[in-house]
Design a binder for this molecule. Structure first.
Ligand code: NAP
Length: 323
């Protein structure tokens, strides 16, 4: 049995606990909260056989855990990842991986020194339709890629964590990492941020952010919009010289459609798991990598995460110039 510990008993942790319970050969073996009552309530609801820990240090030091999943607010990912790594634990860290590229570099260094597995919980990277889309591009189905577009917006104005700069709030860090990861997946790591336009909350967190990325040689441009003010279509497209791919929801990959130059549908594939069950793919990916003795997942490599953090730094530095 592959034993997973959950650090932090919040909303996404609840979804992951349920998905882990449905993943073959996996179980939630331990859960930790800052408060015992919360960990007990969480375990009772989602993983009754899990051991309950009060305090993250106790989970980090627990025996017989194959992986610890870190599901705390953005600004704590670094601290909690290092805590677990120093106790010789493999870690799956929620997105955004860290608050900046320097933190990411330090996490990778500490893990590499101890030959430990680390992965960013970028679930889209593990989804079959994301991988199929990349296969279509590699096979030349749409010719040379020219543009990537997408929007990702939810009405999250009431979510306290997202309004608080101390917890790493804001639309870009919460949502922008998905389209940026899409662009890195298609373009590769030779990519940079070019333009940013943002509206910010009185707390300083960005709420509506428009930004562009482009490939190093300037031949591919990405145009993205993320917001925590409203529910948007969430769709994306990859436009090539010979056709295009439409993505039905760039966060959950419900459907991908391949079209030719004349907009005729060549192939259309729908997701075969529900959105909530789609976390299973990343759990399976981590299990497979760890069991193969790898310290990173091929689907979400350290290079990819590091470039994502560098672009996050660049976009966020530009966001800070807006009032
Ligand atoms: N992959 C995805 O689809 C997805 C979706 C949503 C969120 N996320 C990411 O997952 C992380 C958690 O998001 P969430 O929506 O689950 O957040 P949440 O509901 O607020 O849960 C965060 C948990 O972190 C712990 N925590 C530790 N220090 C804290 C502090 N100072 N303030 C508040 N909570 C603290 C708390 O657990 P205890 O009280 O039990 O210790 C809390 O329940 C974020 O990094 C977010 O970006 C990922």
């Amino acid at each position: 049995m592959f034993n997973i510990g959950i650090l932090g008993c919040g909303k996404i942790a609840a979804k992951m606990a349920q998905a882990i319970g449905k993943t073959e050969g996996c179980q939630v073996a331990g859960v930790a909260s800052r408060e015992r009552s919360r960990a007990k309530k969480f375990a009772a609801a989602y993983c009754p056989d899990a051991k309950v820990y009060t305090g993250y240090e106790k989970l980090a030091a627990a025996k017989d855990l194959d992986l610890i999943y870190i599901a705390t607010p953005n600004s704590y990912h670094y601290e909690h990842a290092i805590l677990c790594i120093k106790e010789y634990k493999n870690v799956l860290i929620e997105k955004p991986f860290a608050m900046n590229a320097d933190e990411a570099k330090s996490i990778f260094g500490e893990a590499k020194n101890r030959n430990l597995f680390v992965c960013e919980a970028m679930w889209t990277s593990f989804m079959p339709l994301h991988l199929k889309m990349l296969e279509w591009i590699k096979e030349g189905k749409i010719g040379q890629v020219k543009f990537i577009t997408g929007d990702l917006g939810y009405d999250l104005t009431e979510v306290a964590r997202l309004n608080d700069p101390v917890l790493g709030g804001g639309a870009y860090l919460d949502l922008g990492v998905y389209p940026t990861n899409l662009a890195i997946s298609v373009i590769g790591t030779d990519i940079r941020a070019t333009h940013v336009y943002a509206k910010r909350l009185s707390t300083g967190c960005d709420k509506d952010t428009f930004y562009n990325l482009e490939s190093g040689d300037g031949s591919i441009i990405a145009d993205f919009f993320v917001t925590m003010s409203a529910d948007t279509a969430k769709d994306g497209s990859i436009v090539g010289e010979e056709g295009k791919i439409k993505i039905g929801n760039i966060n959950t990959y419900r459907k991908i459609t391949l079209l030719d130059k004349n907009d005729q549908v060549i192939e259309e594939i729908e997701a075969d798991k529900s959105t909530d069950d789609s976390y299973i793919y990343e759990i399976e990916g981590c299990k497979k990598a760890i069991e193969a003795g790898l310290i990173q997942c091929p689907e979400m490599s350290w290079d990819k995460t590091f470039k994502l953090c560098q672009i996050n730094d660049s976009v966020r530095a530009s966001i800070n110039q807006f009032m």
